[in-house]
Design a protein around this ligand. Structure first.
Ligand SMILES: C[S@@+](CC[C@H](N)C(=O)[O-])C[C@H]1O[C@@H](n2cnc3c(N)ncnc32)[C@H](O)[C@@H]1O
Length: 214
């Protein structure tokens, strides 16, 4: 089994929909992180293609100068998604209750997910959906930092080091036959953890795990 039941547990086990009931018009990571992510999208996404932003909010990290055929959004707060100007269409769905997505097979060239993978309690079912939605040759890009809503992150994430979280997301991909080589990009913090605790950070660490559907 990919994760034991205890590793999927959250400190706050109330319905996620309640936690995301009120919109949060904030950015969850710093400018340095967003710059690295946008640069990665610039390199790996293709203009004119179909993109699915899984677990999205009111901001998009897609490069402003790139135009796409269609950007589909998904999240838990409709007010946040309504404000996201990059989305052509969006829907709200709690992935910890229902993993099957209301989207056709092989309908996207890329699936992106930003600073949200830590909240998935059934990641193997969600990654199977990501695979199903991708066209052959399509790419999935999951990025994350060290910030989180601690009470809503699964135990495996909370208890892991940053390096272990990268390995965990790699395993999520590897659990689904049909994804090719899983690539990880890691730009950890350059200062020791205790200095970051005192606000002496060198910027949010940046991690991305990527794989193509074969
Ligand atoms: C930290 S925010 C990140 C939002 C966005 N990707 C960004 O980069 O700003 C986490 C997002 O995960 C989504 N999320 C959390 N738990 C979820 C769940 N159980 N089902 C679906 N989406 C969830 C919420 O919609 C929320 O916007």
């Amino acid at each position: 089994m990919l994760l034991e039941p205890i590793q999927r547990a959250k400190l706050d086990e109330t319905d996620d929909t309640l936690f995301y009931d009120a919109p949060r018009f904030v950015t969850h990571v710093d400018d340095g992180f967003i710059q690295q992510l946008t640069d990665l999208y610039r390199q790996r996404l293709t203009p004119g293609t179909r993109i699915f932003d899984l677990m999205s909010s009111w901001v998009s990290h897609l490069p402003e100068e790139m135009t796409f055929e269609h950007v589909e959004g998904h999240g838990l707060n409709a007010d946040e998604l309504a404000k996201n100007r990059r989305l052509d269409h969006y829907f709200v769905q709690n992935l910890n209750q229902t993993q099957l997505l209301p989207l056709p097979d092989q309908s996207f060239d890329a699936v992106v997910n930003t600073v949200s993978v830590q909240y998935l309690q059934k990641p193997e079912a969600v990654f199977a959906e990501v695979y199903r939605l991708l066209k052959p040759g399509g790419i999935a890009i999951f990025s994350f930092s060290n910030r989180m809503f601690y009470q809503k992150a699964i135990q495996a994430w909370r208890d892991g080091s940053e390096a272990q979280r990268v390995e965990l997301v790699k395993r999520y991909f590897q659990a689904i036959p049909g994804f090719g080589h899983v690539e990880a990009i890691a730009h950890p913090s350059t200062l020791p953890a205790f200095m970051q605790l005192f606000g002496m950070g060198s910027g949010d660490p940046f991690y991305a795990v990527l794989a193509q559907r074969l």
